[in-house]
Design a protein around this ligand. Structure first.
Ligand SMILES: [Zn+2]
Length: 217
């Protein structure tokens, strides 16, 4: 299934030509439930992991000042797969030299109030050899929102602009003034529109695929 972003309701760059300088192309992954293997890009799917490489664990140590020695959890917890991207699918990602696979894992036990504790691996697929097949299930006490359902990805390139708060003050105020008749201005990927400020354009969207949003991907 090919997934695309709806047409822009407003060509904001035509209204504010100076925004063109801030335009960036981003890649939307469009995760959806589906069969994925270790040789596929995925969200929450199996990772291409060497059979002879130990699966990573989180020791739960707190590093923030004043809390050393007070772990977030007392037993080591196996990390869980969050995403795997092959360079052939998302070449825009700045892969490290000699790497063509990006892997994102995180600890399924909350460390802070919102974001999971993440860990990244970069691999060259040809160097993996025999892949790990039997990955243990999530540790007891894992937070359900941090356990993702395996999803395919359908990368799509779209133009994106910064959130108004990240723009120069003068331009930001003009944008807000333009959106004022409708109560404010907000932006989501590729879609600028007049909308109540409480709509929260800076919030990460929740994926309809996994149980948790693919924040930061
Ligand atoms: Zn942890």
């Amino acid at each position: 299934m090919r997934l695309t972003t709806p047409p822009k309701p407003v060509d904001i760059a035509a209204v504010f030509p100076e925004l063109v300088a801030y335009a960036r192309t981003t890649v939307r992954l469009h995760p959806r439930p589906g069969a994925v293997g270790v040789h596929d890009s995925s969200v929450g799917g199996p990772l291409l992991w060497p059979a002879d490489e130990p699966w990573p664990v989180c020791e739960g140590f707190r590093m923030d000042p004043g809390h050393e020695g007070q772990p977030w959890h007392h037993e080591p917890v196996a990390l869980v797969a969050a995403a795997q991207l092959y360079q052939r699918d998302v070449p825009e990602l700045s892969f490290l030299p000699d790497a063509d696979v990006f892997q994102l894992l995180w600890c399924p036990i909350p460390h802070a109030t919102f974001y999971p504790e993440a860990s990244v691996r970069w691999r060259l697929a040809d160097d993996v050899g025999q892949p790990l097949i039997d990955v243990a299930g999530p540790s007891p006490g894992s937070q359900e929102d941090f356990l993702l359902r395996a999803c395919t990805v359908s990368p799509e390139r779209v133009v994106e602009y910064p959130h108004p708060e990240d723009l120069p003050e003068q331009l930001r105020e003009r944008l807000y003034a333009w959106g004022e008749p409708a109560g404010g201005v907000t932006s989501t990927t590729c879609r600028w529109r007049r909308a109540p400020r409480s709509a929260g354009g800076s919030d990460s969207p929740r994926t309809r695929c996994g149980r948790a949003a693919t924040r930061g991907i």
